[in-house]
Design a protein around this ligand. Structure first.
Ligand code: NI
Length: 169
């Protein structure tokens, strides 16, 4: 397994649309293992392959307290999303230090393949529902800050650029 570098907003590679995985083989299993290691190391609750510059439809999530319940979604498809919405505070490993409210469906049902090639449907609400929608957005080239106002986005870009300059010093 290997820890991989995470792309940082506004890197244009985060805008790429991911391609479906044709077959869950050893290469995809190795990718999943690397993504899990990268997510846990960064203390994140979700990571999309897009964020490590791999443009295939693979997502890993773990919203458990103990950090021992990895959920792997390959080729996830939204089957249903509740018309009821909620505004939750979101953050992203690609947008370090930034948290803001985003309105999303309260519950969702998703069909996806796991790392063993098994297809299944998952029903989620609460934090898991938010996380699934957030990660599926990444696969479409969308970062959560795109939901915020242009003024907020400009402030975020400025803040991240400043943090990166300080890091390089
Ligand atoms: Ni994210």
């Amino acid at each position: 397994m290997a820890k991989l570098p995470i792309l940082c907003y506004p890197d244009p590679r985060l805008l790429k649309v991911a391609q479906p995985v044709a077959k869950v083989d050893a290469r995809i299993q190795a990718l999943v293992a690397d993504m899990l290691e990268t997510m846990y190391d960064a203390n994140g609750i979700g990571l999309a392959a897009t964020q490590i510059d791999v443009h295939e439809r693979v997502v890993v999530i773990d919203t458990s307290e103990e950090r021992d319940q990895p959920l792997v979604l390959i080729n996830p498809e939204l089957v249903w999303a509740s018309p009821e919405t909620q505004v939750g505070e979101e953050g992203c490993l690609s947008v370090p230090g930034i948290y803001d409210g985003v309105e999303r469906s309260t519950s969702v049902r998703v069909r996806a393949t796991d790392q063993h090639g098994q297809s299944r449907e998952i029903e989620a609400d609460g934090m898991l529902a938010i996380c699934i929608q957030h990660e599926m957005d990444h696969l479409m080239g969308k970062v959560f800050v795109e939901y915020l106002s242009p003024l907020k986005r400009t402030r975020i870009k400025t803040k991240i650029a400043k943090a990166q300059r300080e890091e390089r010093r």
